[in-house]
Ligand binder design. Structure first.
Ligand SMILES: C[S@@+](CC[C@H](N)C(=O)[O-])C[C@H]1O[C@@H](n2cnc3c(N)ncnc32)[C@H](O)[C@@H]1O
Length: 426
């Protein structure tokens, strides 16, 4: 039986998540702010948790409650589902709430109200109640209050967001979220067979996500724990079987994967991360300055880069100089390649390359633009007069925004789960 579910992601990345869900065969898709609604049965829900590259969390929607007052929320949540069956006294639980435009000025009050409703319903039915454990609960309930309604969900990821794949013990100094790195791979339309280069690879997140994508490695295969494993009715044999199925679909490495960085310590971390992810074989990692980088053979391919912003590494001048050097290297030596770069919007023009598509998103707390660039086939920016000028305000409020000019294929047309379209990996 299919139930309503919701996968969350960073604002701006919804088109990639929607495309992933569609390619995985899920139905009932509807894009919302910071996530996509879909339908799944029990096994499909687990498959979503293990397979989605750009999802932070996958929620099972339990229902919508009346949130017009604390009393109404309490009464409505008590009736919402069979709480004694879902949250028996031997389980622990935590409730996290958000509230917007509502009587709940402090979202914590909404969370407390829902917690009270659940534990009272269980105690009245069974004579004992589940206890609260905010650090590592068996059941993580999420409550989103908007206006007079509250959507109550069970979080399938559990304590840690799905971006924590399990391969990155040491994130380096200025890490990129794995889910954002995966979105960059998808945005690049990489075919998985041509070379992929990260000239400023740091701890190697983009390289590892690229390698996992090209080999069809489901990101959740490396993860040890999911929240849904502690739900009533979960059968560990189902998860074992799903893992086996997903492992059987893993393919050999194809395109060359090249990472360069000036920092030897970061490169050592990148190597360890790639080893833990099982994708270090054949990965070409070496010290090198972006100024000296040359395109590897087998191109044109894809350049993915998360240059220093000047927030956490070096200062703003260093960041500007590195971004300008990256732009110069691309123009001079990467003719015909596609580049996807994440930068604070104000630094994008420093690349000196016209941006084909750009969307606004976040890397943790930092607002960034995810920009896709086709380096001019003659090795120069295709429209030199535009060089250095952003075509459009990178901070546009919409999650996805197009530069002016002829309409190009949308983000929604990008390859996703495996890069091998027709083979239907998932
Ligand atoms: C924001 S970090 C990249 C983080 C990486 N995406 C990750 O997930 O760990 C930027 C990296 O650029 C490197 N870097 C700075 N200037 C460089 C240059 N001129 N050439 C190559 N790498 C450079 C830094 O050492 C740092 O590791």
């Amino acid at each position: 039986m299919s139930v309503p579910c919701f996968a969350t992601t960073a604002p701006g990345l919804e088109p990639f998540l929607e495309r992933e869900l569609r390619e995985l065969g899920f139905e009932g898709l509807s894009r919302g702010p910071s996530g996509v609604a879909f339908e799944a049965d029990r096994l499909g829900f687990m498959r979503a948790c293990l397979s989605l590259r750009t999802a932070h969390r996958v929620l099972r929607t339990l229902g919508t409650a009346d949130a017009s007052s604390p009393e109404a929320l309490y009464a409505s949540v008590r009736r919402l589902v069979d709480w004694p069956a879902m949250a028996p006294p031997d389980k622990t639980l935590a409730v996290y709430a958000t509230a917007r435009d509502s009587v709940f000025r402090d979202a914590r009050l909404a969370g407390l109200t829902v917690k009270d409703a659940v534990v009272d319903a269980v105690r009245d039915a069974l004579g004992a109640r589940p206890s609260v454990d905010t650090k590592d609960p068996d059941l993580l309930l999420r409550v989103g209050v908007k206006g007079r309604h509250a959507v109550v969900s069970l979080d399938g990821a559990g304590k840690d967001s799905l971006h924590a794949r399990g391969y990155r013990r040491d994130a380096g100094e200025a890490p990129l979220r794995e889910t954002l790195a995966a979105a960059m791979v998808l945005a690049s339309r990489w075919d998985g067979a041509s070379p992929l280069v990260d000239p400023v690879c740091g701890a190697g997140t983009l390289l590892v996500e690229g390698a996992m994508f090209s080999r069809g490695i489901a990101p959740g295969l490396l993860r040890e724990r999911f929240g849904f494993e502690r739900w009533v009715g979960h059968d560990p044999a189902d998860l074992d079987e799903l893992r086996m199925l997903l492992r059987r679909r893993v393919d050999v490495a194809r395109g060359a994967i090249v990472g360069r960085d000036t920092d030897a310590v970061s490169l050592a971390i990148a190597r360890e991360n790639a080893e833990r992810a099982g994708v270090a074989d054949g990965m070409d990692l070496a010290e090198g300055d972006v100024r000296e980088l040359v395109a590897p053979p087998g191109g044109p391919g894809v350049v993915l880069a998360n240059p220093p912003y000047g927030h956490r590494l070096g200062g703003p001048e260093d960041a500007e100089a590195t971004v300008e050097a990256l732009g110069r290297t691309l123009r001079e030596r990467f003719a015909g390649w596609t580049a996807v770069v994440v930068l604070p919007p104000e630094l994008v023009p420093r690349l000196g390359l016209p941006v084909e598509r750009s969307l606004a998103t976040r890397n943790g707390p930092i607002e960034i633009a995810l920009a896709r660039i086709r380096v001019g086939a003659e090795g120069r920016a295709p429209t030199d007069d535009r060089r250095g000028k952003p075509r459009r305000d990178e901070r546009a409020a919409s999650a996805e925004h197009r530069p002016r000019g002829p309409r190009k294929a949308g983000w929604a047309g990008l390859a996703t789960s495996s890069g091998r379209g027709g083979r239907g990996r998932d």
